[in-house]
Design a protein around this ligand. Structure first.
Ligand SMILES: Cc1ncc(C[n+]2csc(CCOP(=O)(O)OP(=O)(O)O)c2C)c(N)n1
Length: 661
């Protein structure tokens, strides 16, 4: 073979993709065939990456937001020499435990930067990565942090609402290091995109404050020129690449039929003929392979150059960069928590838990520069902003607080991107009711195992007069049903501090901290150096060693349990009160511990101002759950608690009935 030309490199991606989809008998060949040229230009000339050290902190990020085209990404990683993906993995596309899963699944140090598939998510992740890059550049200097974030996004990505939220914020913040390639092939699953959309993309993106260019997505020079221009832009960049889905397929190119099904043996033969590819499935000729590996090698030199700059930095910068990138908390973190715990125990504040969270954050934000807060336009309600918060804005992208605007979904997707970038820990707030608006991204935080902290205030009917549209009912249940997510509902300031401590120390899962709008009493009985919330549930008090009733409650309802326990003594009923701030952590305790805490042989009552769904696992068939079975109502909180029988008197009535007294 004569030395390979550009099209040979791109065709290597095309054939790895169509052959693996064919072998798996499922997958999406259309996108890799259509975008192979754009990806080849990007990787060949521009992308700074090192297959030998995929997680190098100053690498350019490459996000395949249109995750259904996963074979494009796997082909690129294999061809450029990432250890994470071998030819066997490619041949095992979509098979059990293969890294080449149906849609890209984030894995540390693999080159797969994020999990995509749900359209629009990757775009929002990329915005988060571009924000994190700017923050770290301000902290550590532009000689250490100066990378780009590139994205491939499809029609579907831009139809999704989250793309509006994330791109609008990116335009507002002038994230100039963000470069998005739009696979503008005008085809989606149902057929032509004209069935469903007639947006003027140029006007749309320009109105967000983005720069817009359009190129022929199969023309190497045009693509390259557009990228070059983007490198010096003062705005985020969208390059609309006019492409043909299924490029090279005589009968299926330009048609929805190439989107999401194998092309078929006969058609693949025709593609081989048309693109003059004489090689067997999964065979990449040496010359082409060598050329791709050379492209991969380039990043190794880039990283070596970067290392020389890093070495010359002073120890303090190096230590801080290493610490934050590795996700380690400062050495004095435990001390900060303990000092706060003592202080709160002495003060015994009677405040809303959202205020407790503010008090906790006041101290933590002083000491954790990597903590990047924000809220979806509810800063004053979520109490996420502290005296140490500096607003991140176009003129100062080094801030530590983001006004996300009323963009909950965007906020969650962006926080995922920030966490994936590394070096920062995102937390963001909204009302618990609007966790619904965060949900698709929140689920991905959990699926990817990211340290993202969701602050959801106004966590029950206790928010009062705003009424049923704002009162969460089923939300805790929804959230508790998500695997690998800790859902905390602290009962006072000490518990709030402990929940924050756990969330900040959890490096393989996100956390939700649900907080009350209304004031709640201080319930911690003894000062414990141990983090009691880390047990998930623990004893608050019991009136003798053999309680007949165990009252299990969370958050603002723990006080109802304590009151009821006191009153039950008047009826000669001994009881125990358990605070259950985190069911997920309780489930992780030993059987002995769990049975001891919920007093296996006692009758059990749960109290939580939320759907009672799920509490039966603790109260058992003979137990009872106080909660809500309907939507809330608009009224002052106290009236609502009475109206929904969430009172100590109701508890007593039920307890007496249970015991036949
Ligand atoms: C949130 C979400 N909704 C629906 C889908 C299912 N789906 C996968 S690809 C796609 C649209 C395909 O059109 P386009 O984005 O233009 O991709 P192309 O056909 O050009 O590859 C849809 C609806 C999805 N992956 N994510």
């Amino acid at each position: 073979m004569v030395s390979p030309v550009f099209k040979d490199l791109a065709n290597a991606i095309r054939f790895l993709s169509i052959d693996s989809v064919q072998k798996a008998n499922s997958g999406h060949p259309g996108l890799p065939m259509g975008m192979a040229d754009v990806a080849t230009v990007l990787f060949k000339y521009y992308l700074r990456f090192n297959p030998k050290n995929p997680d190098w902190i100053n690498r350019d990020r490459f996000i395949l937001s249109a995750g259904h085209g996963s074979m494009l990404l796997y082909s690129l990683l294999y061809l450029t020499g990432y250890k994470s993906i071998s030819i066997e993995d490619i041949q095992n596309f979509r098979q059990l435990n293969s890294i080449c899963a149906g849609h890209p699944e984030y894995e540390k140090n693999s080159g797969i930067e994020t999990t995509t598939g749900p359209l629009g998510q990757g775009l929002s992740n990329a915005v988060g990565m571009a924000i994190a890059e700017e923050i770290m550049k301000k902290r550590f200097g532009s000689s250490l942090i100066n990378h780009k974030t590139y994205v491939i996004a499809s029609d579907g990505d831009f139809m999704e609402g989250i793309s509006h939220e994330a791109m609008s914020l990116a335009g507002h913040l002038k994230l100039k290091n963000l470069i998005v390639f739009f696979d503008n092939n005008k085809i989606s699953i149902d057929g032509s995109t004209s069935l469903a959309i007639s947006d003027n993309y140029k006007k749309r993106f320009e109105s967000y404050g983005w720069s817009f260019q359009e190129v022929n997505g199969h023309n190497e020079k045009q693509i390259s020129k557009a990228i070059k221009k983007s490198l010096n832009s003062k705005k985020p960049n969208l390059i609309s690449c006019k492409t043909i889905i299924g490029y090279g397929s005589p009968n299926k190119s330009g048609k929805a039929s190439s989107h999401g099904a194998p092309l078929g043996e006969e058609e693949i033969k025709l593609v081989r003929k048309k693109l003059k590819w004489e090689y067997k499935p999964f065979e990449i000729p040496n010359e082409i392979m060598k050329e791709w590996r050379k492209i991969g090698e380039r990043g190794n030199h880039e990283e070596k150059k970067w290392n020389k700059i890093y070495i010359k930095k002073n120890n303090k910068i190096k230590r801080e960069l290493d610490r934050t990138v590795s996700g380690k908390l400062p050495d004095n973190f435990n001390k900060i928590i303990n000092v706060q715990k003592n202080k709160f125990f002495n003060l015994k504040p009677v405040v809303a838990s959202r205020q407790s969270s503010a008090d906790v954050l006041e101290e933590i934000t002083k000491n954790l520069p990597e903590l990047i807060g924000g809220s979806a336009d509810l800063s004053g309600s979520n109490n996420t902003k502290t005296k140490n918060s500096k607003i991140l804005k176009p003129s100062n992208l080094g801030g530590n607080y983001i006004h996300y605007g009323v963009r909950e979904h965007g906020m969650a997707g962006i926080m995922n991107g920030m966490s994936l970038h590394g070096g920062v820990i995102p937390y963001g707030g909204t009302f618990l009711i609007f966790s619904d608006y965060c949900k698709p991204s929140l689920r991905l935080s959990a699926l990817m195992g990211l340290k993202v902290i969701y602050i959801f205030s106004h966590d029950s009917i206790g928010l009062g007069e705003d009424g049923p549209t704002h009162q969460p009912i089923e939300h805790l249940v929804h959230l508790r049903a998500i695997p690998n997510l800790n859902v905390f509902r602290p009962a006072d300031t000490i518990e709030t501090l402990e929940c924050w401590e756990i969330a900040l120390k959890s490096s393989t899962n996100p956390s939700v901290i649900a907080l009350s709008r209304q004031k709640i009493p201080f319930i911690t009985q003894t000062l414990n150096q141990k983090n009691m919330c880390s047990l998930g549930g623990y004893e608050i008090k019991k009136t003798n060693s053999n309680p007949e009733i165990t009252l299990i409650a969370s958050g603002s309802e723990v006080q109802i349990a304590i009151d009821a326990s006191k009153k039950l003594q008047n009826y000669n009923i001994n009881s125990k009160v358990v605070s259950m701030p985190c069911q997920e952590l309780f489930e992780k305790q030993t059987k002995d511990y769990r049975e001891k805490i919920i007093e296996k042989d006692s009758k059990k009552i749960s109290i939580e101002a939320s759907s009672i769904f799920g509490w039966e696992k603790y109260v058992g068939a003979e137990g009872s759950s106080l909660g809500l079975k309907s939507f809330g109502k608009s009224a002052p909180a106290k009236k609502l608690y009475e109206d929904f029988n969430l009172t100590s008197d109701s508890v007593i009535k039920i307890a007496k009935k249970m015991l036949g007294k």
